[in-house]
Design a binder for this molecule. Sequence first.
Ligand code: FAD
Ligand code: 2HG
Ligand code: ZN
Length: 477
Amino acid sequence: KVSPSAAPERLPFCRVTEEDLAFFRKILPGRTIVDPDLVEPSNVDWLKSVRGSSEVLLRPQTTEEVSQILSYCNSRNLAVNPQGGNTGLVGGSVPVYDEIILSTSLMNKILNFDSISGVLTCQAGCVLENLSFYLEERDYIMPLDLGAKGSCQIGGNVATNAGGLRLLRYGSLHGTVLGLELVLADGQVLDCLSTLRKDNTGYDLKQLFIGSEGTLGVITAVSILCPRKPKSVNVVFLGCETFEQLLKTFQLCKGMLGEILSAFEFLDSECMRLLNTHLKLPNPISDCPFYIVIETSGSDPTHDAQKLHNFLEDAMTSSLVSDGTVATEEAKIKALWSLRERVTEALTHDGFTYKYDISLPVERIYQLVTDMRKHLGNQAKSVVGYGHVGDGNLHLNVTSPSKDPALLAAIEPFVYEWTASCRGSISAEHGLGLKKRNYIYYSKQSQAVALMGNIKAMLDPKGILNPYKTLPDNLKQ
Ligand code: FAD
Ligand code: 2HG
Ligand code: ZN
């Protein structure tokens, strides 16, 4: 019996020849990279957990160049791995074998910004943080924010349907992305780059590509609806004794902060220990089992301060929270946010990390961490829980000094069965990539997976786009 996490077999794609390289060099002079030292970083994922053996990295600058590359690769039966900032966490962004890496890093032009509607149109390779800087100068912000903002690209965000820290307020990319330009596997350019809020003319095709992880087409441009920059931002860092109190604080917070609430995130004391130990980040409040990061964003500083004051008073007097600190100035806001955003980085210093990105009914999310700790006993080095409480999304991470097959066998399928028993999702926001592809059935009915297979076969009949990713192996035979 083959283990669901075993490496898939190489599919019969052609191998890159000198003639192929001559073609690529003609259309991408100086941007067809074959020097192994220069290709190497694109063969390894951010977590350094998976490694491909591609010998070719292509760096197009225009949609037309992407179209020429795919048209050629499709006719030659050469497999292609689209890559943005390579910050993906499920092994989807790097090749498995010798797939050609198509990087969007040089497709980094902002094409238009409409300051009346707030719609930004840009090439797919724009780095998320650069877009945020650009917008902030114009009194707008991006509707999404995540810890990888300094490297991840908007095309990669859309391809993974990244959630992040602001989803609670501004919703998912399925709502904020208004248009996409795509290149299909055979090189056809699909122009769905609308900037309209409303457009019910037929099927909304762009939705199919949001979260498709590079398996259905290459995203070359994005138009996205951006909110106005809030005039007042406050961040509160609180400590709670129990997860039940944390949930009650969430309830109270929704009721009392309502329209100005822009994030409600949590981390447990194990995360805090790793932040202290590995990143030397001090705890700004007294030690507690659970910590909450609340952000408010509004248009009137006095009004927001009053609301926050009332909320904190209620939370303290009803003993829901045991300690806390508030930040209104930018430097302190950033410092408090680092405690939440840098947990992933702290984990990389703790050892080999097994990552789980689970959606559950919010009242169940921490029970999975507690049950996992009991289940694993002393087999794991650390078992930590953190995530997006406001979205019912838990990040459960388990570390060990090095890769440990026995530990993995104890975690899986336990974690997936537990999740499926509550009708949760085994991938809330990171996608399936290479690592989770064979677990799709824990969250999707087999008819739905079969339909996904049909869509893939229709859009990419030769299967050249990001093979071995997202769809389970048994569909690809
Ligand atoms: P890559 O990693 O390069 O690619 C990811 C996938 O998209 C791959 O399958 C790739 O083939 C495909 N792809 C990339 N570009 C294109 C394109 N133009 N067209 C078609 N397919 C493409 N995720 C969250 O949802 N929320 C978070 O809060 C969050 N925080 C993170 C924090 C850290 C520190 C890190 C390292 C990652 C985090 N992530 C988070 C993971 C998240 O998926 C990525 O950070 C981001 O969305 C991926 O963008 P990227 O440009 O790096 O894409
Ligand atoms: C976050 O919310 C990211 O910080 C990363 O989605 C989660 O590393 C993880 O497990
Ligand atoms: Zn997350």
